[in-house]
Design a protein around this ligand. Structure first.
Ligand SMILES: [Zn+2]
Length: 258
């Protein structure tokens, strides 16, 4: 059997998901873009590429190496457990991390780069500031170290998060019955669209990445919003010409807007 390393798997999943959801977005779009899709894509993908070069090299291998280390040394309290409970737990940790990004002013400075996108599509899924990704990778490594998530568990979790975020950011028209069904356990595009609203009250809800259950249990779920009226972005950044790559990289260090 041939073996692939985790960065090859990640690259294949990323590009596969990107092409797959882009094709669907173009075939069955949820709504027309309000700003140039290609200009946003140029920004979002350059940012993704820039982050990947700096981060994947250091952290993705470190995350997997930590998981392998704790697995061989039988460390961590989750080590006795198989992959699925580990994935559910890691998704809960991601929910908490996402919530903190919205309520802690310092973290919001970085996370607002993601929310400043004026339209949502599959390219928004990896539009993050390197600062946010660095802090989250460091936290992820500590969690894996102390809880002992298994190598397979981490690999499956990372892949699931990637595909789920590409899906729920995509500007794809999903059949109503599928959305309703998906919403019971998972995060459909309409749920995450509310999270990207310019209205702060709506933005501070629906933090889930894979599962919608954390929002449901902890009271941060918001369903009844007129989807057609949702305006995407951050009120303080309405202009696309102020959202080029260099603006995005400098954003955390500029005026702290909500
Ligand atoms: Zn957010």
């Amino acid at each position: 059997m041939f073996e692939m390393d985790e960065s090859t798997i990640r690259l294949l999943l990323f590009s596969g998901g990107l092409v797959f959801f882009l094709a669907l977005e173009l075939l069955v779009p949820y709504r027309d873009s309000s700003v140039s899709k290609w200009k946003r894509w140029a920004n979002n993908l350059t940012l993704t590429l820039f982050n990947s070069f700096l981060l994947q090299l250091i952290f993705s291998s470190a995350i997997i190496a930590t998981a392998m280390y704790v697995q061989t040394h039988k460390m961590g309290i989750l080590n006795m457990l198989e992959a699925p409970p580990g994935i559910i737990f890691m998704d809960f940790m991601l929910y908490v991390w996402h919530l903190l990004n919205h309520i802690m002013p310092l973290l919001w400075r970085f996370h607002r780069v993601h929310h400043s996108d004026l339209n949502m599509d599959v390219s928004s899924a990896t539009r993050f500031h390197i600062g946010e990704l660095t802090i989250s990778a460091a936290i992820k490594i500590s969690i894996i170290f102390f809880l002992g998530a298994s190598y397979m568990g981490v690999l499956i979790f990372e892949s699931a998060v990637l595909l789920c975020t590409q899906f729920h950011h995509s500007s794809l028209k999903v059949p109503k019955w599928f959305e309703t069904l998906w919403w019971i356990l998972f995060v459909p595009p309409s749920m995450h669209r509310i999270h990207h609203s310019v209205i702060i009250k709506e933005r501070d809800t629906n933090y889930g990445a894979i599962f919608s259950i954390w929002d449901r249990i902890l009271g941060t779920l918001l369903i009844n919003v007129d989807q057609k009226k949702i305006r995407i972005g951050i009120g303080a950044y309405p202009k696309p010409d102020k959202l080029n790559l260099h603006h995005l990289l400098a954003m955390p260090f500029t005026k702290p807007v909500r």
